[in-house]
Design a protein around this ligand. Structure first.
Ligand SMILES: [Fe+2]
Length: 308
């Protein structure tokens, strides 16, 4: 039998659980930017804030400077853009990504055909470990600008990826939190993510090569000028200048902002789908619901600049 409570025992107010219902500030465009039509391709939004599919572009063909410029605008305005049915090679994928800058080599992940292609080949022996919110290589002094990921083999079902708009996450923080984190920095480190698999001597070499990085908690996007929340549970170890317990509590709160569905897009992959994300504006999460089925993807990352 269920317990019957008197009205006095039924509190009107629960403890503050940080729940905020109702409308959120969802500014898709940078402040002051006006909506402008795209002339060289179609854009199909996957939601109002983040993520759009680009249609009418064949990435087997050379990308003209005009097309590159318009794709870059789409990337900045939508933060992650998607292409379908692009039957390109790793080499063409590299060539496309390199239009945005120097390509990055990942020191810990398995390589594909060349040093600059990371091949994620998951099967019944290697499960996907990318199911945690993060921005790629935030432990570098200069974290990646973005990445181009191509699905080579999709699992029979599942294996979606989600991205979260960390500019929107920042915009919706309560004023007192914005004031509190203004000017604060945090330490990002690969050690607790990739370091655990390394023998001690190798770890020491990698740690010397990639010293822990101190980045502002709120970074300014170098192209749009937008403020974005730049801490993630994979790589951010602590906040500089705060007591460990207090810093961890604040970090946990900031990490949870990426979990809010209004800031997210969820993409369902098909073979030859491509996602190109702005790693400065977003975090992502690769859903591991397909194990032990196979999922093969190749990623090329573009070197970025120092967060400020
Ligand atoms: Fe990632």
């Amino acid at each position: 039998m269920s317990e019957i409570l008197t009205n006095q025992e039924r509190p009107l107010k629960l403890p503050d659980r940080g729940i905020k219902t109702g409308a959120r500030v969802l500014n898709r465009l940078p402040e002051g930017a006006a909506e402008k039509p795209y002339t060289l391709f179609g854009v199909t939004p996957l939601g109002p804030l983040i993520g759009a599919e680009i249609t009418g572009v064949d990435l087997r063909n050379p990308v003209s400077p005009e097309l590159k410029q318009e794709l870059n605008r789409a990337l900045l305005e939508w933060k992650v853009i998607f292409f379908r049915d692009q039957q390109i090679t790793s080499e063409q994928q590299r060539a496309f990504a390199s239009l945005w800058g120097e390509l990055e080599t990942h020191p810990f992940l398995p390589q594909g055909d060349s040093d600059e292609v990371v091949r994620f080949a998951k099967n019944n022996k290697t499960e996907g470990k990318e199911n945690s919110w993060h921005s790629d290589v935030s432990w570098r002094l200069e974290p990646a600008l973005g990445a181009v990921l191509r699905l080579v083999e999709v699992p029979p079902a599942g294996g979606d990826t989600l991205w979260a708009d960390m500019g929107a996450a920042y915009d919706n923080l309560p004023d007192e939190v914005k004031e509190r984190i203004d000017g604060l920095t945090a330490i990002h480190d690969f050690t607790h993510a990739f370091g655990v698999r390394l023998p001690a001597d190798e770890l020491a070499v990698k740690q010397a090569e990639f010293p822990a990085a101190e980045h502002p908690i709120v970074r300014t996007h170098p192209e749009t000028g937008r403020k974005t929340l730049f801490v993630n549970p994979n790589f951010t170890s602590r906040i500089v200048g705060l007591e460990p317990e207090e810093g961890e509590r604040l970090l946990q709160y900031l990490f949870r902002q990426a979990h809010i569905p209004e800031y997210q897009v969820r993409f369902h992959w098909e073979n030859h789908s491509i996602a190109f994300w702005d790693n400065r504006a977003t975090q992502h999460y690769a859903v591991n619901d397909y194990y032990p089925n196979r999922r093969i993807a190749e990623r090329v990352a573009i070197a970025g600049d120092r967060p400020y």
